[in-house]
Design a protein around this ligand. Structure first.
Ligand code: SAM
Length: 262
């Protein structure tokens, strides 16, 4: 086979470390009746490991130059769809399967990490969990705690849907070609305890506005809101309008949104 020229523009950093590949495939206890969506199988390094778990697999790959590699491993339980994941109809594609649990497992193309996660959430396919390789600094934003510089509206958006845990860091030398930064594998588990939120639209708008100008406090960012109401909830939680959004835990944003929804 002719030498494969990796396309930087498609985030083609292929994972070559056997141990990391095994650790990813085994981090979630997969069962035979589970369905796994893999995004960007590339030359199939992770796909092969997932095939060992005997699950049904749907893989989305944008680059048809990978076909000679993937043709070799495709089988009755592995369906490769050559398509941009962002343009796919996930609901339709999974509707052909009967499955117990649905997972997304991928070494993501980093240039579209957040759009891919948003696509999965907005597709309403009710995933049980996701295991995603992302840039390490992005992983830190996903799992950030309030009062840290990584904590932002993206943290809140994702933690609203999932319990998120960084499992392990993967050094750049584990990839071919090696990216400039380290990566990390992050687990997204479907929330067992869901937030008691009355109105998602009010909540997400509130969070967006609160973080609008990063250096400004809540009083300045939330000028269009009923500040008296907001202050009441903040005070009950030992916070004030002088605090910045990055100091506010998700549960306090939920309480404020619920109070505003009354
Ligand atoms: N899974 C392989 C591995 O671990 O070695 C490859 C991972 S590589 C980081 C990302 C893969 O995503 C590449 O194969 C790339 O072609 C593919 N990709 C990039 N953009 C994509 C898109 N919009 N939709 C589907 N696949 C995409």
């Amino acid at each position: 086979m002719a030498e494969f020229k990796h396309k930087k523009s498609l985030g083609q950093n292929f994972l070559k470390d056997e141990k990391v590949l095994n650790d990813i495939a085994q981090a979630i206890k997969l069962e035979e009746n589970d369905l796994v969506i893999e995004i960007g199988p590339g030359q199939g390094a992770l796909t092969k490991k997932l095939q060992n778990e005997n699950v049904n697999l749907i893989c989305y790959e944008i680059d048809e130059r990978t076909k000679p590699y993937l043709d070799k491993i495709k089988n009755g339980k592995t369906n490769i769809i050559y398509q941009d994941i962002l343009k796919s109809d996930l609901q339709k594609d999974i509707s052909f399967y009967k499955y117990e649990k649905l997972y997304v497992i991928a070494n993501l193309p980093y240039y579209i990490t957040t759009p891919i996660i948003k696509k999965i959430i907005e597709s309403n396919i009710n995933v049980d969990g996701m295991l995603l390789m992302v840039q390490d600094e992005v992983a830190n934003r996903f799992c950030a705690q309030p009062k840290s510089k990584e904590y932002g509206s993206l943290t809140i958006y994702l933690n609203y849907y999932f319990e998120i845990k960084k499992l392990f860091v993967v050094p750049s030398y584990c990839f071919e070609p090696a990216p400039k930064v380290d990566s990390a594998v992050v687990e997204f588990a479907k929330r067992k305890k869901t937030w008691q939120l009355k109105n998602e639209e009010i909540f997400f708008n509130l969070v967006k506005e609160a973080f609008h100008l990063k250096r400004k406090n809540l009083k300045n960012n939330l000028v269009n809101y009923d500040l008296e109401k907001i202050d009441k909830i903040l005070e009950e939680n030992n916070l004030s309008l002088q605090n910045r959004a990055e100091e506010i835990p998700i549960e306090v944003f939920i309480k404020i949104a619920n109070f505003l929804s009354k």
